[in-house]
Design a protein around this ligand. Structure first.
Ligand code: PBG
Length: 323
């Protein structure tokens, strides 16, 4: 008898396929990134991310509550300030838009969700870099660490449960952990952007936060060709106190997610970033892809690669489909 082996047998009915399905995708595994713009009077569309907006404080609150009701596992908040300066003062100001928004959301949602904050200066600097610059115009690693420590304390104070240092400065997790501990905030955790690549796929995000960046981030973010280096970054971040480690972007780095998931003794997150969102939405708008099937396949593939949780702009909507 040939064929002797018939894997198709287990694909014969929906019930059989469900029984042998290897990868789960649940709402609680999805984290919704949200943008909030200082002084905005109505939500502002982001043209390269159809369906995503820069929120007002009010619309942010509503979107957050809706997402939590839909079952998402957490929220990651990014601030878009009105004014920027060389050191990103708005990031550490308790009246800065991100800190104000975190306070709003913590007051609204308490511990019902996991509230996360982008702990990075790029949205707040007038040069758009993730850190402060030295006299030559280069990003000054150690001077930036002082700013991150300050920013972390402001965000903890504002009510974030998890801080997301995304600037790829050496030692960022360590200084933030130390600052939190010294302030008695041992309860606040760190979701470290550990393996973050210098990616072309961040393009739409730069529009989303009105980024002032000219040039690139190649002196701090990783070269897309390097995988071993990602494992070293992860190892360092865990040693410095990271509670969760993240790989970013996701789709072009599924192999890195797999390697990190195999090596790390902590939960692994992946960021399904703006360009990945834009790519699918553009194809869908052209009628070239089925939206729901494509989105669920993308998210399932990131889970299959080993991510425990996924930051995705589709989080609330996908949570609704999965329910
Ligand atoms: C830095 C930061 C970026 C993203 C998240 N945090 C931009 C960058 O590094 O240039 C990108 C997220 C996305 O593209 O969806 N604060």
């Amino acid at each position: 008898m040939f064929p002797e082996h018939r894997p198709r047998r287990l694909r014969g009915t929906a019930a059989l396929r469900r029984l042998v399905s290897e990868t789960t995708l649940r709402p609680r595994q999805l984290i919704l990134p949200l943008f909030v713009a200082e002084g905005a009077e109505s939500p502002r569309p982001i043209s390269s991310m159809p369906g995503v907006v820069q929120h007002t404080r009010d619309s942010l609150r509503k979107a957050a509550v809706e997402a939590v009701r839909a079952g998402v596992g957490g929220l990651m908040v990014f601030g878009v300030p009105k004014q920027r300066d060389a050191i990103g003062s708005g990031a550490t100001d308790e009246h800065g838009i991100l800190n104000v928004a975190l306070r709003d959301l913590r007051a609204e949602l308490g511990d019902e969700t996991v509230l996360m904050a982008d702990t990075c200066l790029d949205e707040f600097t007038d040069h758009g870099h993730c850190g402060v610059l030295d006299a030559t115009g280069a990003v000054d690693n150690d001077a930036t660490l002082d700013r991150y420590a300050e920013m972390a304390l402001a965000q903890a104070e504002a009510g974030a449960h998890l801080l997301g240092p995304s600037g790829m400065m050496d030692g960022q997790v360590g200084v933030i952990r130390q600052a939190l501990d010294e302030a008695g905030r041992t309860d606040v955790g760190i979701l470290a952007y550990s393996a973050k690549y210098a990616s072309a796929f961040y393009g739409p995000f730069r529009e989303a936060v009105d980024s002032q960046l000219k040039g690139d981030r190649k002196t701090y973010q990783q070269d897309p060709g390097n995988a071993r280096e990602a494992l070293r970054e992860v190892e360092l971040d865990i040693a410095e106190g990271a509670d969760v480690v993240m790989v970013k972007p996701a789709l072009s780095y599924l192999d890195v997610i797999r390697q990190v998931a195999d090596a790390a003794g902590v939960p692994v997150a992946a960021y399904n970033i703006s360009g990945e969102y834009a790519m699918v939405e553009a194809a869908v708008a052209n009628g070239w892809l089925d939206r729901q099937r494509t989105v669920l396949e993308v998210l399932t593939s990131i889970r299959r690669a080993g991510a425990d949780m996924i930051l995705t702009y589709w989080a609330a909507e996908a949570a609704g489909w999965l329910d």
